[in-house]
Ligand binder design. Structure first.
Ligand code: SF4
Length: 118
């Protein structure tokens, strides 16, 4: 099976074709450099994404605070991550980058505010 991917590692945006066998990337074509190959292999074998969402606020000027993970997390942990994040309640002012949840699912990733709220 082949997967078509666009490299997002630089503005060139090389269109790549990845041959996939048993969940492994066995051949990458179309990449302009090694970074693209590494991106394609990681995207096929261990896809990760930043998780963005909102958490509720109490006693502040808004009812919801936008947040995101400070690093990408494995895509297959997304549902568990959302369950943990839903437990968060922000009850005091936050600045952009403030941690609202430490060490999400033990992944070494924090959930941070992406908007200042007071
Ligand atoms: S493969 Fe290399 S040159 Fe092409 S978009 Fe990715 S980083 Fe840029």
């Amino acid at each position: 099976m082949n997967r078509e991917l666009t490299c997002i590692e630089c503005p060139t945006g090389c269109a790549m074709t990845v041959a996939v066998e048993d969940g492994r990337a066995v051949r990458v074509e179309g990449n302009g450099c090694r970074r693209g190959r590494d991106y394609a292999v990681a995207e096929v074998e261990h896809p990760e994404r930043l998780l963005t969402t909102t958490v509720p606020a109490r006693g502040l000027s808004v009812r919801m605070v936008p947040v995101r993970t400070n690093r990408p997390i494995p895509r297959d942990t997304r549902a568990d991550a959302m369950r943990e994040i839903r437990k968060v309640l922000v009850s005091g002012p936050v600045k952009v980058g403030d941690v609202v949840l430490h060490n999400l699912l033990g992944l070494g990733v924090d959930v941070i505010a992406t908007r200042a709220v007071s």
